[in-house]
Design a protein around this ligand. Structure first.
Ligand SMILES: NC(=O)c1ccc[n+]([C@@H]2O[C@H](COP(=O)([O-])OP(=O)(O)OC[C@H]3O[C@@H](n4cnc5c(N)ncnc54)[C@H](OP(=O)(O)O)[C@@H]3O)[C@@H](O)[C@H]2O)c1
Length: 268
């Protein structure tokens, strides 16, 4: 639907691009003419993804833990020496685990906040300092989650993603003077590799939640990638600081306490 050369001569960084939503985003950018760097922690799956994605265009990958500022600086230096510039950053890497709030350990809380809030900030800051501010140009898309009515059953990620939504508003205003445009996309429940990481007993809950969705389905990774293409392209050039919900209206309707109630049920 988009023009094939929409992102010609653009270089894109997709964190967490080796799997699921990030992989679909990287693939669409390649199909629309961009060159793409993907970055995540595990080397073997990263290399496999780079080989597969290279069928669609120029793709390379670097191992990087977004919780580690030294890793992020090294990543920026790699991109600078290989590509000289970065045009678009997609902060997609992240992860969390389901637990009632009273059972989240100090380490568990910190791990999710570090990954989903701090990681997004430090990658954005580094890429802005190395590329976007000197270039006076850049686009950032933060992938968050459906936190519209809170996130019972995953308090840590709800708090982290709310932080990212607020950061999206703040940074888009502060960095407007550098022509850096920043928006967020909040996926609802997306049928992706990320969903497979949840324990088997939760699968029944997911089936029920899928049936209850007003559009009668979970989202696809392509649903999210399509929206990323729009918010990264000149088609959205007058849009900044917003969070776009890509969730089949999950943020408006449905039982928000469902996950939490299932978790509490396990504890009885
Ligand atoms: N699927 C959904 O229903 C859904 C809904 C809302 C939001 N989200 C969010 O959307 C994003 C993508 O989700 P997904 O479903 O595609 O999940 P996924 O397949 O588990 O993808 C997560 C990716 O992030 C990378 N990653 C995680 N922690 C990292 C770190 N510290 N440093 C660098 N890379 C890291 C992982 O690679 P390594 O393990 O190799 O590092 C992996 O490639 C995540 O932030 C997720 O929480 C997903």
């Amino acid at each position: 639907m988009y023009q094939k050369d929409l992102f010609k001569n653009k270089h894109v960084l997709v964190t967490g691009g080796r799997s699921g939503i990030g992989y679909a985003i990287a693939k669409q950018f390649l199909q629309l003419g961009a060159s793409v760097t993907i970055a995540s922690r595990k080397k073997d799956p990263l290399e496999k993804a780079v080989i597969e994605l290279s069928a669609f265009g120029e793709c390379n990958g670097y191992s990087c833990d977004i919780r580690n500022v030294e890793d992020i600086e090294i990543l920026a230096n790699h991109i600078k020496s290989e590509h000289r510039k970065l045009d678009i950053l997609i902060n997609n890497a992240g992860g969390q685990f389901p637990a009632p709030a009273e059972l989240i350990s100090t380490n568990g809380w910190s791990a999710v906040i570090n990954n989903n809030l701090n990681g997004t900030f430090f990658v954005s800051q580094q890429m802005a300092k190395t590329f976007f501010i000197p270039q006076r140009n850049g686009t950032i898309i933060n992938i968050t989650a459906n936190i519209f009515r809170g996130f019972p059953g995953m308090a840590h990620t709800g708090a982290a993603r709310a932080g990212v939504e607020n950061l999206t508003k703040t940074l888009s205003q502060e960095w407007a003077e550098y022509n850096i445009r920043i928006n967020a996309i909040a996926p609802g429940t997306i049928a992706s590799s990320g969903l497979d990481t949840y324990p088997a007993p939760l699968k029944k809950f997911f089936t029920q939640a899928q049936e209850e969705n007003l559009m009668n389905r979970f989202g696809t990774v392509e649903d999210v990638a399509n929206s990323v293409m729009f918010l990264s392209s000149p088609l959205s050039s007058y849009i900044g600081g917003v969070t776009l919900y890509v969730d089949g209206m999950e943020h408006l309707a449905g039982d928000r306490m469902g996950l939490y109630n299932v978790l509490k049920g396990f504890m009885k």
